[in-house]
Write a protein that binds this ligand. Structure first.
Ligand code: PEP
Ligand code: MN
Length: 289
C-alpha cells in the first residue's frame, strides 16, 4: 500500500464525524459497526492453558484470541513469557479454535518471529512512544493495535498512531487501557471520556481494555459495558481457565463462565444502542458443548 502523506494523515485525523476506518483481521472487521471482542490470557503459560482459554473464548463468541508471549513486566524477576515457544502454542490454539491472533511485540528484534505467528501486532502501553518500534511496524503488512501509554495525553496517543500511518501502515486500532491518575483504588483509571473524544477526532477504530484498566475481575463487566456505551468498536479482555493460578494478572482475569456472561450481556446492550455484536469468528464452535 502506498504511504499516505503526513499532511493527508493529519487532515484525516482532525476531521470529526468522518467515516471511520475499518481494520480487517482475516474475516473480522473492526470499526465497521459490529462490536468485536478480543479475549484470552494475559500470558501464554502452557499448551493446555492457552488451548483451554482459546476454546472457552471461541465458544462464548469471541472474535480474536489474545495472549502474550513476550511480556513487559515491571519486575525483571516476574514471569517474562514463553517467547517464541509461546507464540507457537498461541497460534496452534487459535488455529484449532478458528480464531485469529493478537499478541504483543516489544522490540524491533522480535518483529520477524512475532509476524510469523500473529495476525495483529499489539504495541503495549509502555512502548507507545517507542518511535523506532512504531516505524518498524509501519513497514509491516499486519494490523497494529496501539495501546495508550500509562501517562500519555490523547494527542500524544494520536501522534504515536501517526508514526505508523505516516510510515505506510494504515491498519491501526487504538486501545484505551486506563491511565495513571491520583486514584490508587483501581489499577488504572479508564478514560471513557477520552474514548468518546478520540472517536470524534480520529477515524481509527477504538478498542477498550477493561482488564488492565481496573486490575479487578469484578469490575471488568461494568466497564466493558460502559465502553460499548461510550462508542468503542470493541474490547480486549483477559480470560484465564484458572485465574487463581495465573502466572500474570490473575486478579483481573475473567473465568470462562464470567466471560461467557459478559458476552451474553453485551448483545442486548448493543442492541439497545442500535448496534450489534459481530458474528462469531468461529461459528462452527460457537455454542458447542
Ligand atoms: C497486555 O495487554 O498484555 C499488556 C501488557 O497491557 P498494557 O500494555 O496495556 O499494560
Ligand atoms: Mn495482562
Amino acid at each position: 500500500m502506498a504511504a499516505p502523506s503526513p499532511d493527508a494523515v493529519r487532515k484525516a485525523l482532525s476531521v470529526p464525524g468522518q467515516a471511520g476506518r475499518v481494520v480487517r483481521i482475516g474475516p473480522v472487521e473492526v470499526g465497521a459497526g459490529p462490536f468485536v471482542v478480543m479475549a484470552g490470557p494475559c500470558a501464554v503459560e502452557s499448551g493446555a492453558q492457552v488451548e483451554a482459554a482459546a476454546r472457552a473464548v471461541a465458544r462464548a463468541g469471541a472474535h480474536v484470541l489474545r495472549g502474550g508471549a513476550f511480556k513487559p513486566r515491571t519486575s525483571p524477576y516476574a514471569f517474562q513469557g514463553l517467547g517464541e515457544a509461546g507464540l507457537t502454542l498461541l497460534a496452534q490454539a487459535a488455529r484449532a479454535n478458528g480464531l485469529p491472533v493478537i499478541t504483543e511485540v516489544m522490540s524491533e528484534a522480535q518483529l520477524p518471529v512475532v509476524c510469523a505467528h500473529a495476525d495483529v501486532l499489539q504495541i503495549g502501553a509502555r512502548n507507545m512512544q517507542n518511535f523506532s518500534l512504531l516505524k518498524a511496524v509501519a513497514q509491516v503488512n499486519k494490523p497494529v493495535l496501539l495501546k495508550r501509554g500509562l501517562s500519555a495525553t490523547l494527542d500524544e496517543w494520536l501522534l504515536a498512531a501517526e508514526y505508523v500511518l505516516a510510515g505506510g501502515n494504515g491498519e491501526v486500532m487504538l486501545c484505551e487501557r486506563g491511565i495513571r491518575t491520583f486514584e490508587p483504588a483501581l489499577r488504572n483509571t479508564l478514560d471513557l471520556g477520552g474514548v468518546a473524544w478520540v472517536k470524534r477526532r480520529s477515524p481509527l477504530p477504538v478498542v477498550v481494555d477493561p482488564s488492565h484498566a481496573t486490575g479487578d475481575a469484578a469490575l471488568v463487566l461494568p466497564l466493558a459495558l460502559a465502553a460499548a456505551a461510550a462508542g468503542a468498536d470493541g474490547l480486549l479482555v483477559e480470560v484465564h481457565p484458572a485465574p487463581e493460578s495465573a502466572l500474570c494478572d490473575g486478579a483481573q482475569a475473567l473465568t470462562p463462565a464470567a466471560f461467557s456472561d459478559l458476552m451474553s450481556r453485551l448483545g442486548p446492550l448493543l442492541q439497545a444502542l442500535g448496534r450489534q455484536l459481530a458474528a462469531p469468528a468461529a461459528p462452527a464452535l460457537g455454542g458447542a458443548a
